[in-house]
Write a protein that binds this ligand. Structure first.
Ligand code: SF4
Length: 288
């Protein structure tokens, strides 16, 4: 059979495979074997990507693999899967990488140009803190100070976060701090959906590598990315949530607190819940 001509579809599949390999999920590409059948790790991801026909879409979160759903093809034209059903295999979102480490994830990220945010950045802001921390704070993205220093939460909002951490009886080095996107959005705008989709798998890997007891989402973008929802943070703020088996709590971003200092008391209540969960002493104000 003649080789299929190069096509945009073929190029898209190649780029997508290379992207997964960058994430440490691979290698996948094995000659001209059917791309839909040759690997139980990539099969669900490809099926979800809409690049190959599939009977069932696996449960892959929208921001990981946002797709334009293809109409279902007749069963007779579908490639025969190697695994019994794509929906029974691991989704990309669920794929935990054995022996993954922050160092390896940083190496895989490299001098990343995977999304348009790379054009305006000075430094990638990967994350900072203890790789074995029981507590991870996840923010939205770097601002100007973070972009200049390559460290998360070092500007005004960062100083407030540091104060919050110290009020919990901890130091910054005791926790891990990172963001949904690793490069500064221009003008400190919110990251756009395609940027979140492209960058967030590295955050998922960071969390799986650290395996914290508690994740605190600072602001809506972090919470919406991890919980795969468009709902407002006010629906869930201060409640215990489940993120793939990790306890997660969403609270306001320190930048919001700088604009709305009255909300600090709400955040402090949230952090006290986290302290209780971590077995940290919750100091109660002395009665006058
Ligand atoms: S935001 Fe993330 S995906 Fe985009 S260029 Fe930066 S590191 Fe790469």
């Amino acid at each position: 059979m003649p080789n299929p001509p190069d096509s945009p579809l073929r190029e898209r599949i190649k780029q997508r495979l290379e992207f997964y390999e960058d994430l440490g999920l691979g290698p996948f590409y094995r000659g001209r074997t059917s791309i839909a059948t040759h690997d139980r790790t990539i099969a669900p991801a490809l099926a979800a990507s809409g690049l190959v026909p599939t009977l069932k879409q696996p449960s892959v979160p929208k921001t990981v693999l946002k797709t334009t759903a293809a109409p279902p093809a007749p069963a007779s034209v579908l490639p025969k899967p190697l695994v019994p059903s794509v929906s029974s295999g691991p989704s990309l979102f669920d794929a935990r990488i054995e022996g993954d480490s922050l160092l390896k994830i940083r190496e895989d990220l490299g001098e990343c140009t995977r999304c348009k945010l790379h054009r305006g950045r000075n430094k990638i802001v990967f994350g900072d803190g203890s790789p074995q921390s029981q507590l991870v704070f996840v923010g939205e993205g770097p601002g100007a100070d973070e972009d200049a220093q390559g460290l998360p939460f070092v500007g005004r909002a960062g100083k407030l976060l540091t104060q919050m951490i110290e009020a919990m009886g901890l130091q910054r080095r005791d926790v891990y701090i990172c963001n949904v996107v690793k490069c500064r959005p221009p003008g400190n705008r919110q990251p756009e959906p395609d940027e979140v989709e492209t960058c967030s798998p590295f955050l998922f890997r960071q969390l799986d590598s650290i395996k914290p007891k508690v994740i605190v989402c600072l602001g809506a973008t972090a919470f919406q990315t991890l919980l795969q929802t468009n709902r407002s943070i006010s629906h869930y703020r201060g409640q215990w949530l489940d993120y793939r088996g990790y306890k997660m709590l969403a609270t306001y971003h320190p930048a919001y607190l700088l604009r709305n200092p009255a909300a600090k008391s709400e955040v402090w209540k949230d952090l006290q819940k986290v302290m209780a969960e971590l077995g940290l002493e919750v100091k109660r104000p002395k009665a006058k």
